[in-house]
Design a binder for this molecule. Structure first.
Ligand code: ADP
Ligand code: TRP
Length: 321
């Protein structure tokens, strides 16, 4: 099966990205034909600092590699290194209605948060559709926030196929409902752009600062607390097994629990969880050129597949003459 997903280098990667998408991608390399890429063209819709985008791109690649992505078991590249992404996007624009894009939740959310929309932001789902359709992906592991983007992709592919015959595979979203939306330290969806993230690779001091600032309710130590309404509990649950979680649940349901103590435990738990990967991450930081080489050879491997689809598309729409 062809499995594909991408991640934006619009900031440091966080535990929402890890549990929502990265971990399942790394698992898929064992049992599927995996396509994994860093979507720097998408990040242009929100990042206008060139050196920062370049740094975040390389950092995101290092994060993936440190966490266990093996470039020999998958295709791993940077979107902007494969020109077919932009080429197919232009073709697909002509099969995308304005209304479909106007209904996009992520576009509407950004407007509500007072982002000044540019055309790139509006057209974002079309570029994402091109990313997916270019490789004829069957399954796209993502967090729940991306579900509508997958629906838009299927709509665009369906309209195109209707006109030109069966060109594109219609992809399915791979969403783990238990991990669909991981909350940030303020209880909203954790996101690079909301300032509420706990990054995967922080110093112990930074990690402590982030975890200690997780927002909890104002209940007193003597009160019984509700684990299911607690943001701290939700984050804690990502890192422990069922047994440890039910112990914590019991502590919530009895008087005496101090949120600050749970937070201190959580700092230790997160620190230890990522410990095996931290050394590899530090080692990769010292050899950025090797990481660039991995990405360049990944882009070549990706282009071989992208080229086949583009040949077919060019023929179908009449760009070959
Ligand atoms: P961000 O919102 O931080 O910019 P992206 O939009 O780049 O993250 O998301 C990259 C991947 O991580 C996507 O598959 C997305 O669904 C997933 N993801 C991001 N944040 C979360 C979250 N809070 N919970 C679950 N999955 C998430
Ligand atoms: N829009 C996705 C996100 O913000 C990133 C993305 C771009 C993507 N192209 C993709 C995800 C293709 C899956 C497949 O998370």
């Amino acid at each position: 099966m062809r499995v594909l997903s991408g991640i934006q280098p619009s900031g440091s990667l966080h535990i929402g990205n890890f549990f929502g998408m990265m971990r399942s991608m790394i698992r898929w390399q064992e049992s599927s034909e995996l396509f994994c890429f860093i979507v720097n063209l998408h990040a242009l819709t929100s990042v206008t600092d060139g050196p920062l985008l370049a740094k975040n791109t390389l950092d995101a690649a290092m994060d993936f590699l440190a966490l266990g992505l093996n470039p020999d078991k998958c295709r791993f590249w940077v979107q902007g290194d494969v020109p077919e992404h932009a080429e197919l996007t232009w073709v697909l624009h002509n099969h995308t209605s304005m209304g479909l894009l106007e209904r996009s939740h992520s576009y509407k959310d950004k407007l509500a948060k007072n982002f000044t929309p540019n055309h790139g932001l509006f057209a974002y789902p079309v570029l994402m559709a091109a990313d997916i359709l270019l490789y004829q992906a069957e399954l796209v592991p993502v967090g729940k926030d991306q579900k509508q983007h997958l629906e838009i992709t299927r709509d665009i592919a369906g309209s195109f196929n209707h006109l030109y015959g069966e060109v594109f595979v219609l992809p399915e979203p791979g969403i783990d409902e238990k991990l669909a939306t991981i909350p940030g330290i303020d209880g909203q969806k954790m996101s690079k752009s909301y300032g509420n993230a706990i990054d995967i690779f922080l110093t112990q001091q930074e990690l402590k600062k982030r975890v200690m600032s997780i927002v909890t309710d104002a209940k007193a130590v003597s009160d019984v607390k509700d684990p299911d309404a607690c943001n701290l509990f939700a984050i804690y649950s990502l890192f422990v097994d069922e047994e440890k979680l039910s112990d914590l649940r019991e502590r919530y349901l009895k008087p005496g629990l101090k949120y600050s103590e749970v937070k201190k435990e959580l700092v230790e738990i997160i620190w230890n969880y990522f410990a095996p990967y931290r050394e590899k991450r530090e080692e990769l930081t010292k050899r950025p050129d090797d990481v660039r080489d991995i990405l360049k050879s990944g882009a070549e491997k990706a282009r071989q597949v992208a080229g086949v689809t583009m040949d077919l598309v060019r023929r179908k729409v009449g760009l070959n003459y």
